[in-house]
Design a protein around this ligand. Structure first.
Ligand code: GLN
Length: 493
């Protein structure tokens, strides 16, 4: 049977597979054909091993034929951001320094996907070492937004978002240090979930800023985000920051709210977010309309305050760069990465290898991070930023006393045109709505809300819940998704 894979979700693919309407090989071939047809325009994929995917799909079909499938998702392909390792596949973090580095083991998330029969499908593009908001910092290629190929897909998980929005895969994994799942999801019209810090193991995720990084799914639907959280979450003894809490039952919770409304839910609107400089009127209007939808659905809307919001960007860019400067010290061309030929001594070799291997943004951040950690500046910048971080966390804890969910915009504008944000500082400022969450550690999701009329681009809203409250978060997100004004989000390409 020929399969229509346009916007095909994980849950719908599972139905097709389990009813025997299609085989895993047919499913994977359909996605590979789509990639072969359009990825020269999108450029989401850095690597795609077609033969490996088809042999995994054949093994899934074999299990289906004998009733031994690993789960209802056995045979469904999923794209992996190029900073999450999968055994035998390259993991370059879109950096020249790690080009052609092959991972010798599976990250915990990839191992958990495989255990349920999901098939890791290729390596998708990102900003180098996850530093950026457009994917333009990739050393290899610029990924385009499938809604408008003159615009960026967002970042840093831009390849993940673009591959899902272009129907090249049913879902993808990304990572979110300051918004890198939620912002590209909003720019590309898909769902992006950043779980609570510690929910999902970081074992096998190449670290950018370890106290902020979290892996999460980019999907067509809230139900798919829940399915993937059930699949990849949970305690892992190989990650010392992994939480002991069980991480399951989210898909069942989402299915159980079908037809329900938001009666009993209190939604908080942080006043500092709505008066933020740079929030474009059309994004504000879309957010207001989403709030009105929630109100119509019976939610009580209250104003809350996150008073330290104005310090979030500064604190984030100090803490994230400090951690990055330490984490990236290992990429020296000796232990990891490409070594520059012909150096006089060890220090010269470090200079040459790192000088040739890292891009401008990565160098800028290593410099900044090294500076804020250096003696004399540590107290003034790094320690101060850590104190601000505590205040930001408390802001969210206080707000949680007044509401179950916080609703905000995801980004101040629609997806930028290529090159539009060439000033790094302007780019950092656009992270205003997403980064506080990573500093606080709680969970958030970006759900498509509407199409912006002038640009024709999709716009998401962000829902935020307290630590470990993913169940409420996903339930509210699913109810909103079922009742929003624009029901379908299908990219032009
Ligand atoms: N845009 C932010 C940055 O450049 C967030 C990146 C991320 O979440 N990985 O740091």
């Amino acid at each position: 049977m020929s399969i229509d894979i346009k916007n095909l979700s994980v849950s719908s693919a599972a139905e097709l597979l389990n009813s025997g309407k299609i085989s895993a090989v047919e499913l994977c071939n359909a996605f590979i054909a789509r990639i072969d047809a359009i990825d020269n325009q999108i450029k989401a994929f850095l690597k795609l091993d077609r033969a490996e995917i088809i042999s995994a799909a054949e093994a899934a079909d074999q299990r289906h034929s004998t009733g031994n499938q690993l789960s209802e998702f056995d045979g469904i392909p999923i794209a992996i951001k190029d900073c999450i390792v999968a055994e035998g596949q390259t993991c370059s973090c879109a950096s020249k320094l790690l080009e052609n580095v092959v991972a010798p083991y599976d990250s915990t998330v990839v191992a958990k996907l495989r255990a349920k029969g999901f098939i890791p499908m290729g390596r998708v593009n990102m900003d180098e070492f996850a530093m950026g908001s457009t994917c333009e910092n990739s050393a290899f290629q610029k990924t385009a937004n499938p809604w408008d190929t003159e615009r960026v897909p967002g970042g840093s998980s831009g390849g993940s978002a673009a591959s899902v929005a272009a129907s090249e895969v049913p879902a993808a994994l990304g990572s979110d240090t300051g918004g890198s799942i939620r912002q590209p999801a909003s720019f590309c019209g898909c769902v992006g979930l950043k779980p609570t810090y510690g929910r999902i193991s970081r074992y096998g995720l190449v670290a950018f800023a370890s106290s902020l990084d979290q892996i999460g799914p980019l999907t067509h639907s809230v139900l798919d985000a829940a399915i993937l959280l059930d699949t990849i979450g949970g305690h892992d003894k190989r990650d010392s920051t992994s939480l002991p809490d069980a991480c399951e039952g989210f898909a069942a919770a989402v299915r159980a709210v079908a037809g329900k409304d938001l009666t009993g839910i209190k939604i908080g609107l942080p006043k500092e977010y709505f008066s933020a400089e740079g929030l474009e009127p059309s994004i504000k209007a879309i957010t207001d309309a989403a709030i009105a939808t929630c109100k119509k659905l019976g939610a009580e809307i209250v104003e809350v305050s996150l008073p330290h919001t104005k310090y979030a960007i500064s604190a984030y860019y100090i803490i994230a760069t400090a951690e990055a400067s330490a984490n990236l010290a290992r990429f020296d061309g000796i232990r990891y990465g490409a070594r520059a030929p012909e150096s006089k001594d060890l220090v010269d070799s470090y200079f040459k290898s790192r000088g040739a291997g890292f891009g401008d943004e990565v160098k800028r951040r290593i410099l900044l991070g090294t500076y804020v950690l250096s003696s004399g500046y540590y107290d003034a910048y790094y320690l101060k930023a850590q104190k601000v971080r505590t205040l930001i966390r408390r802001d969210f804890e206080n707000a949680a006393k007044e509401c179950n969910i916080i609703l905000t915009p995801v980004a101040p504008s629609v997806a930028f045109k290529f090159g539009e944000k060439s000033d790094p500082l302007q780019m950092y400022l656009a992270d205003i709505f997403t980064i506080a969450l990573n500093l606080a550690g709680n969970c958030g999701i970006s759900v498509p809300a509407a199409i912006e009329p002038d640009s024709g681009m999709p716009v998401g809203i962000q829902l935020i819940a307290p630590t470990l409250q993913e169940k409420t978060l996903l339930e509210v997100a699913a109810i909103f998704e079922a009742n929003r004004e624009q029901s379908e989000f299908a990219a032009n390409l």
